[in-house]
Design a protein around this ligand. Structure first.
Ligand code: FE2
Length: 305
């Protein structure tokens, strides 16, 4: 079986209406639907699946679960068997538990994170439309192109990374390695981009950020300008660059406190498991790896989850 992409993030929201406005008015997502349970469903401009972000009203922020889309409907049964062999409990999720989504398989990884594997998503149009689309239409200009990746925290990052490699066809593109050779941070891909999931050291079940991809560096800078214009606080460094992945990046928080990354420039990978050896980062190179311009990372980058 294999996973084809990060389908969506289901985030908790302490101020649902303000958080919806943030993602639609500032980040450029589309509000696709709402349901009787109080959830809001949003999608980026360059995607056809029903949603990439689900917001649910709650008394605290954070990740409820992440949805990963599998390659074939039969993958769900295969995943259930593979998880059972590892004594990881999973349960069936009926179709339409979330709007626009088919049946799924939900499990809690040993890291404490909940994941839902699913195959079917109802289709919506691209923001530019499906008939003679205008690629520079007002409806799509400058908005987040797609949900790219998620970063979570746990006490043993490589254990979660290895699980996704062994069960779901992920492969490592870059890794931060300790002097003793242990993998401290794996960057994992199931597509042909640099990462669909990364795992950093921290509390089990922790959420670090979701990342939205933009078409250009100037789009990222324009978003940073827009966010500050609306008094949204950017991360300490403003617009910066990661050595790892080589992307132009900025971080901020939605009104509920969930961290977002807005970025451009992730390189393409082979898309084939174990075809290309991973890039290795060791402690000597981390002054370039984390934040290329600043040479270090502020404490809040790892402390806030
Ligand atoms: Fe990221």
């Amino acid at each position: 079986m294999s996973v084809t992409k990060l389908g969506y993030a289901s985030l908790r929201s302490t101020d649902l209406e303000a958080t919806i406005s943030y993602y639609t008015d500032l980040i450029g997502l589309r509000l696709i639907d709402r349901d009787s349970e109080g959830r809001a469903y949003l999608q980026t401009v360059d995607a056809q699946d029903h949603h990439c972000l689900v917001l649910t009203k709650s008394d605290r922020a954070g990740l409820d679960h992440a949805g990963y889309k599998v390659n074939d409907p039969s993958d769900l049964a295969e995943a259930a068997r593979a998880l059972a062999e590892r004594e990881i409990k999973a349960h069936h999720v009926s179709a339409s538990t979330l709007k626009g989504q088919g049946e799924g398989l939900r499990f809690t990884a040993p890291s404490g994170h909940d994941f839902v594997l699913f195959y079917h998503a109802d289709k919506i149009d691209y923001a530019t439309g499906m008939s003679n689309p205008d690629p520079v239409s007002e409806s799509a200009r400058g908005g987040a192109a797609h949900l790219d990746h998620m970063v979570v925290t746990c006490e043993h990052p490589w254990e979660l990374g290895r699980l996704f490699c062994e069960l779901f066809g992920f492969y490592v593109t870059e890794q931060v390695v300790a002097p003793d050779g242990n993998i401290v941070i794996p960057f994992l891909s199931c597509t042909n981009t640099m990462h669909d999931l990364a795992v950093v050291p921290g509390p089990n079940g922790g959420f670090h950020h979701i990342a939205f991809s933009f078409e250009s560096r100037s789009d990222v800078i324009a978003k940073a300008d827009l966010l500050r214009h609306h008094h949204v606080q950017l991360f300490d460094y403003g617009v910066s660059k990661h050595g790892i992945a080589g992307v132009t990046t900025t971080y901020t928080y939605d009104p509920s406190g969930n961290r977002n990354e807005l970025f451009n420039g992730a390189y393409l990978t082979s898309g084939v498991v174990d075809r290309v050896p991973p890039i290795i980062w060791n402690p000597d190179g981390m002054d370039r790896g984390l934040f290329y311009y600043e040479g270090t990372a502020p404490e809040s980058f790892s402390a806030v989850t």
